[in-house]
Ligand binder design. Structure first.
Ligand code: MSP
Length: 639
């Protein structure tokens, strides 16, 4: 393989203090699309993801859950592995920072920097944001000494600490960025980083004595390595920094990090300064994507609007989700996640544009040519357009402009659908003299689909494979080389079995269902109880033997209830729904161990179970609960 065609791409490693959300799914999907694209362009790709498992955040989360940090990370990291599987991510490695290979690498890096005098011991005093695990410089604090990022109160801390001599290498980094204008992307982030660097960078505290859950500092185990120092090294560990120098030499010079915009200072300032100190190559590029809001609001646990990728994929399918995330928002910008927009894209782009093109084309090849793709020499408008589309697509994919790349593909799909309307193959099929024209139309449509399947493969690998098989083609499109595509090669193929790619979602029914779900979410629920709690409620089968009005009450009846072994008096607020005649003789379920209460002067010794529909706390509809089997004896226990 040509050495220039090596591509090493990383996601950030995810904190395991909580379960995955769409923000995590987003970075992984974007990296996966790029990794797949590069492989289809003949690159040797190494795609890394993983979990960040040390530090205060994790220790606090474990304490809150009554687990050891190890138990917590072992449990939650599994969810991130499952996320990779869910997303069909093609990562080549999954690193955990608690793995031995990583701990050794962090200690080796720390030791080297210490030996060369780039890490020294000192005292650190500063305002610390515990949840964000970062000291906040006084000039950046929010009002009342709060964290400028998360708004939470800061804690004044003083501790002995090791420091990384970051300041020493700042001029070198500025020089690097001045000569590598695309090393931080998009441009707005580059500018942000440059002005930050030029405003000066302090030496960085890189160890903690205040916590135990971390990598021990080599030679001074009272300290653990600061979680960000530890985490950033993961990119080197997995590339074989310690245990596979050949692999490291191969991939490291081609490393690119994809991160959210919130963590660029760590990736574009601290990390490259560490790398300069270590004498290692700097990342070719750090690309910062934007943040997702949900229905216009910031995603947060307190707002209860955190979107669970497992739920979304379960409901709408994986590829629609992948497509939506990469198509909806220019990569680098913030975006808003709304299920309605997702449903809109499924119906218009996927079911209508792509699904119809496939259906109509295959159906015509089946009806007019017995399922065999005809030949037809020469160029067509579609074949010429495909070359221009590919160029736009490649440029966009290389810039991570997924939305632009997908727009280009859908422009092509749109043109192909129009080609059907214009050429009217159903008319051509009726005239013998138009037979070669019909061949031309059908071949070109088939080729348009074969081409489309290849281009969507990085973003929608599964859909692409389904189209491929319906086209009657062998192998998997994700394993094909995009540039090996030749217009016309599809001639002679026997098409496969057709199936609907994306069923249309009935918007009205969908809205109705959503409304019901929203209503259901509003239903107040009682807190969880144990089976033993439940067993304390005694319920038995009984029969109403007498029903009388209570003169003072509008709602209550005085009932005499037979339990087989005794008879009781019970007051029940069901007067609005039954006449005494309707109730007398009815079998019911009675709660028998409720404390007696006096209601309108009558002592009530139990409660009859009913199901009811309430509006504003008032029952609108009510029914008695009774055993189905007429023969079950009175007094039988309900459990
Ligand atoms: N552990 C660190 C990264 C260390 S990398 C050496 C971390 N983890 S994180 O789990 O908090 O965040 C991981 C990524 O998810 C970040 O890139 C962050 O930007 C991204 N997102 C978190 N919430 C997000 C959205 N609402 N939208 C998009 N991405 C978001 O930071």
């Amino acid at each position: 393989m040509d050495d220039g065609k090596i591509f090493y791409i990383t996601t950030p490693i995810y904190y395991v203090n909580d379960i995955p959300h769409i923000g995590h799914a987003y970075t992984t999907t974007a990296c996966d699309a790029i990794a797949r694209y590069k492989r289809m362009k003949g690159y040797d790709v190494f795609f890394l993801t993983g979990t960040d498992e040390h530090g205060q955040k994790i220790q606090s989360a474990a304490e809150a859950k009554g687990e050891t940090p190890q138990q917590l990370v072992d449990r939650v990291h599994q969810k991130f592995r499952e996320l990779c599987t869910l997303l069909n991510a093609s990562n080549d490695d999954f690193i955990r920072t608690t793995e031995e290979r990583h701990i050794k690498a962090v200690q080796a890096v720390f030791r080297q920097l210490m030996e060369q005098g780039d890490i020294y011991k000192g005292t650190y005093t500063g305002y610390y944001c515990v949840p964000d695990e970062t000291y906040i410089p006084e000039n950046s604090m929010g009002p009342n000494k709060t964290c400028p990022d998360c708004g939470r109160p800061l804690t004044l801390m003083e501790e002995e600490s090791y420091f990384f001599r970051a300041s020493k290498y700042v001029p070198q980094l500025i020089d690097y960025y001045e000569h590598n204008l695309k090393a931080v992307m998009p441009k707005i982030r580059y500018n942000e980083i440059m002005s930050f660097l030029k405003s000066g960078v302090h030496d960085q505290s890189v160890s903690r004595t205040s916590l135990k859950w971390g990598v021990p500092v080599p030679g001074d185990e009272r300290h653990v390595v600061y979680v960000w120092f530890d985490a950033l090294v993961n990119y080197m560990t997995a590339a074989g920094y310690l245990d596979d120098r050949e692999k490291f030499a191969r991939y490291w010079p081609h490393v690119r990090h994809m991160v959210g915009k919130d963590i660029i200072r760590f990736h574009c300032v601290i990390w490259p300064l560490m790398l300069i100190a270590l004498g290692a190559d700097l990342p070719v590029e750090v690309f910062a994507h934007g943040w997702w809001t949900v229905d216009g609001e910031k995603m947060s646990k307190t707002r209860k609007n955190v979107v669970d990728p497992f739920k979304v994929v379960n409901e709408y399918g994986l590829d629609p989700f992948r497509y939506f995330m990469l198509r909806e928002v220019p990569f680098g910008n913030d975006g808003d996640f709304s299920e309605l927009s997702l449903v809109g894209r499924i119906n218009s782009d996927l079911a209508n544009d792509l699904g119809n093109l496939l259906n109509r084309t295959l159906q015509m090849i089946r009806s007019y040519r017995g399922g065999k793709v005809p030949g037809s020499p020469g160029k067509s408008e579609l074949s010429e357009m495909s070359a221009a589309i590919l160029e736009r697509y490649d440029t966009a994919m290389n810039e991570y402009a997924f939305d632009v790349a997908l727009k280009a593909v859908w422009e092509f799909i749109g043109r192909s659908n129009k080609f059907i309307d214009e050429t009217m193959p159903w008319k051509l099929a009726k005239e013998e003299a138009q037979s070669s024209r019909l061949d031309y139309v059908l071949l070109n449509l088939y080729e348009a689909l074969r081409f489309t399947a290849l281009l969507i493969a990085p973003v929608m690998p599964d859909t692409s494979a389904r189209i491929w098989s319906q086209l009657g083609l062998e192998g998997e499109p994700v394993k094909m080389m995009i540039d090996a595509f030749r217009w016309g090669d599809g001639e002679g193929a026997a098409i496969g079995k057709s199936e609907v790619l994306f069923p249309r979602i009935d918007i009205e029914a969908w809205k109705e269902k959503r409304k019901m779900q929203e209503e259901a979410a509003k239903i107040p629920h009682e807190p969880e109880i144990s089976i033993d709690d439940f067993k304390t409620v005694e319920m038995r089968v009984a029969r109403i033997t007498k029903c009388e009005e209570i003169p003072k009450s509008k709602k209550l009846y005085k009932l005499e209830v037979d339990l087989g072994y005794e008879t009781r008096t019970v007051c029940s607020g069901i007067k609005a729904f039954f006449t005494p005649e309707e109730l007398t003789g009815r079998r019911v379920i009675l709660v028998t161990n409720l404390k007696p209460v006096k209601l309108c002067g009558v002592e009530s010794n139990g409660m009859i179970l009913c199901a009811s529909v309430k509006k504003d706390g008032v029952s609108e509809q009510l029914t008695l609960i009774a055993p189905e089997d007429e023969n079950i004896p009175l007094g039988s226990r309900v459990s």
